[in-house]
Design a protein around this ligand. Structure first.
Ligand code: 6PG
Length: 253
């Protein structure tokens, strides 16, 4: 049962939401969960494939993984992918790859062959999307990608990865990766499609800041009826919403 402004509501997200005092606590617990998931998964095989989120929220998590968990995670058995990328040079400060390069890749002993960035130096965004999809199909060799874990953020308009409201990548049933237009700069992005994201075994949303409160409330109140991209995401085994108190300011589990 969730409380929204003191009112008790049923929500399909019940049991999937964890609220933390602040982003630091959220990031600390997220790192703990990821490390435990990697250990559990590698006990039954491996390697562990994780699709990383862009944006600012996960940066503290990446910093904790690269410090406190640097020597605890078997990086040679972890493969890193991206859920989306801005179509800018990889050294551009807006690049999701650069964010991860600076906060994680430069600090952990992960083999370069285990790092699978979305290319942004090809002749067209379409060819970049095709190239990334080919690398996913080569890695997964299946009817669909099956990331062990996908990390996602949420925009204040309800977008996640680069799936913006009304995006064709929300209804795409064949392609795993598409170039899309973004209403917020940078204008051109490459994103996993909704189906590709939903083929992930587990999905963690990391959402922080009071600017996200309204959209979180919309999704929590009616996750089945809400058509915002963030509400359409559902992992095969698990979807967890890790929120800080500001993002959850209107309700408490
Ligand atoms: C991106 C992300 C995007 C992000 C949200 C939240 O490339 O920007 O994939 O979906 O996660 O916009 O961003 P913040 O964490 O910066 O609020």
């Amino acid at each position: 049962m969730l409380l929204v402004k003191g009112k008790r509501i049923h929500s399909a997200l019940e049991g999937q939401i964890e609220v933390f005092a602040d982003l630091h606590e959220l990031s600390r617990v997220a790192a703990e969960k990821i490390s435990a998931l990697i250990d559990q998964s590698l006990r039954h095989g491996g390697p562990f494939a994780i699709a990383l989120s862009g944006g600012r929220t996960p940066m503290e998590l990446y910093g904790i993984l690269s410090s406190r968990y640097r020597d605890r995670i078997p990086w040679d058995r972890v493969h890193l992918f991206w859920g989306d990328e801005r179509y800018v040079p990889s050294e551009d400060s807006q690049s999701n790859y650069k964010t991860v390069q600076d906060s994680l890749l430069a600090k952990v002993p992960i083999p370069p062959s285990n790092v699978h960035p979305i290319p942004t130096d090809m002749s067209t965004p379409e060819s970049a999307a095709d190239s990334y999809e080919a690398s996913l199909r080569e890695y997964f060799g299946r009817a669909s990608p099956s990331f062990d874990l996908t990390l996602l953020g949420l925009g204040s308009d309800g977008h996640t990865a680069s799936l913006f409201p009304g995006s064709p990548a929300l209804s795409e049933r064949t392609r795993w990766v598409m170039p899309v237009r973004s209403p917020v700069p940078p204008p051109v992005r490459i994103t996993l499609t909704l189906d590709a994201i939903n083929s992930s075994k587990r999905i963690f949303f990391l959402v922080s800041g009071e600017g996200k409160g309204k959209i979180i409330r919309s999704i929590v109140r009616d996750p089945e009826g809400c058509s915002l991209p963030g509400a359409l995401v559902k992992g095969e085994l698990q979807t967890v919403w890790l929120l800080d108190r500001d993002a959850a300011h209107d309700f408490s589990p």
